[in-house]
Design a protein around this ligand. Structure first.
Ligand SMILES: *[C@@H]1O[C@H](CO)[C@@H](O)[C@H](O)[C@H]1NC(C)=O
Ligand SMILES: *[C@@H]1O[C@H](CO)[C@@H](O)[C@H](O)[C@H]1NC(C)=O
Ligand SMILES: *[C@@H]1O[C@H](CO)[C@@H](O)[C@H](O)[C@H]1NC(C)=O
Ligand SMILES: *[C@@H]1O[C@H](CO)[C@@H](O)[C@H](O)[C@H]1NC(C)=O
Ligand SMILES: [Cu+2]
Length: 248
């Protein structure tokens, strides 16, 4: 009964707040469950847990929030997703509802064990970003809109781990920025632990690195944006803020 109630409450919470986040990952045919913010407490110490803890699918509203790196409270995961450099990783969301704003996939070297790594101190680099695909900022097609599947199927976002990246322990951070509220950006970040394998020898230089928080601010016109305003609505380009994507 309790379990039933808990799942009903979790379901309602998803519906009522109409927000979301990355809840699972796939690499090839392997499925890695992530943290369920409305799930049971045993997840916190589950030996299979690959995702950092988050407890609400509400967004973060502050560009300088210390939890912007790996959401709140962001407790480390117990284990990591093994993946070869050059492989794809797919982030799985419940059917995503928002339609406007960029999505960025980041990685940071844990410099050792990700279980003791402070994500807010990471040097983050982009491995992929997806923004406005065509049309105007207000009415055009953003990847955030295209990837949102209706009718109950999950929304899937695939990115590639650069094939030359040197092996090691990394965080991967999937970030959706939703811009439908004028001058009130919303961030939806989730992090997982990765163990990257392979024979890569490259690592991105300083020009690809950013701090999170740090990379975004309300002084950036792409972040502090009113998509309904005359100056913005009909624009056909949107530059995703931050460093360029590193592809190896
Ligand atoms: C940062 O975000 C978390 C999660 O949304 C929130 O609980 C917290 O109040 C925020 N902190 C600040 C300083 O705004
Ligand atoms: C990764 O996914 C892209 C499409 O999203 C696909 O074209 C590519 O072949 C995939 N690569 C691997 C190594 O699976
Ligand atoms: C995520 O994985 C869990 C556990 O396997 C599953 O119950 C849930 O339906 C999955 N969610 C999505 C959106 O695929
Ligand atoms: C955008 O362009 C369309 C057609 O050119 C025009 O009708 C509309 O008023 C414009 N919208 C804004 C907000 O400028
Ligand atoms: Cu929302």
């Amino acid at each position: 009964m309790w379990q039933y109630l808990a799942s009903v409450v979790g379901y309602l919470a998803h519906q009522v707040s109409a927000h979301g986040g990355c809840v699972n990952y796939t690499v090839g045919d392997t499925w890695y469950p992530g943290y369920d913010p409305y799930g049971p407490a045993y997840q916190d110490t589950a030996p299979w847990m690959v995702q950092r803890k988050w407890i609400t699918n509400n967004p973060i509203f502050e560009a300088d929030n210390i939890s912007l790196s790996c959401n709140f409270p962001g407790n480390p995961a117990q284990t990591s997703i093994p993946i070869n450099a050059g492989d794809n990783i797919t982030a799985v969301y419940y059917n995503w509802v928002h339609t406007v704003g960029p999505m960025v996939a980041w990685m940071a070297d844990c410099r050792g064990d990700c279980r003791t790594f402070d994500s807010s101190k990471g040097d983050w680099f982009k491995i992929g970003e997806k923004g406005l695909l065509y049309g105007t900022i207000l009415e055009g097609m953003w990847f955030q809109h295209e990837f949102g599947v209706w009718g109950g199927a999950p929304s899937l976002w695939t990115e590639n781990i650069p094939k030359d990246l040197e092996p090691g322990n990394y965080l991967i951070r999937h970030e959706i920025i939703s811009l439908h509220s004028a001058n009130k950006p919303q961030w939806y970040p989730e992090c997982a632990h990765l163990e990257v394998k392979g024979s890569g020898t490259k690592f991105p230089g300083k020009e690809f690195m950013a701090k999170i928080p740090g990379v975004y601010s309300m002084n950036q016109p792409e972040i502090n944006i009113d998509i309904y305003s005359l100056e913005v609505a009909n624009k056909t380009t949107y530059k995703v803020p931050g460093p360029p994507v590193w592809s190896g």
